[in-house]
Design a protein around this ligand. Structure first.
Ligand SMILES: [Cu+2]
Length: 105
C-alpha cells in the first residue's frame, strides 16, 4: 500500500529528450509584399504569416507545395509547421507578383 511512490510527474513536459521548444517565426504581409520575403528556419519551425495590408492576400505554394492558406483579410493569419527540409516558395493567388520563400534546414 505504499502511497509514497509518487506517481511521478505531471509536469507537462513530454519533450524531455528531444531538443526543441518548437521554434516560431513570423512573416508580415504589408505593402503587397512578404516581409521578410526570404526566411531560413530549422526543421520543426512554425511560421506564421499575418496580413497587415488592407487588401486580401494568400500564402500559396508554387507547384505542389504544402502551403494553402485561405484568403487572409487584414489582421488574418496563417501558420504552417515545416517538418522537412527543403526550399518552399510561395506566392499570393490574388497578386501573383508577390513571392516569398522559406528555406528549411
Ligand atoms: Cu496579395
Amino acid at each position: 500500500m505504499s502511497s509514497k511512490a509518487a506517481p511521478s510527474a505531471s509536469t507537462a513536459a513530454p519533450s524531455a529528450s528531444k531538443a526543441s521548444a518548437a521554434a516560431t517565426k513570423a512573416v508580415a504581409i504589408a505593402d503587397f509584399a512578404y516581409s521578410p520575403s526570404s526566411l531560413t528556419v530549422s526543421k520543426g519551425t512554425k511560421v506564421t504569416w499575418t496580413n497587415d495590408d488592407s487588401a486580401p492576400h494568400t500564402v500559396t505554394s508554387d507547384g505542389s507545395g504544402p502551403l494553402h492558406s485561405p484568403s487572409l483579410d487584414r489582421g488574418g493569419s496563417f501558420s504552417y509547421t515545416f517538418d522537412s527540409a527543403g526550399t518552399f516558395s510561395y506566392y499570393c493567388t490574388v497578386h501573383p507578383n508577390m513571392h516569398g520563400t522559406v528555406v528549411v534546414k
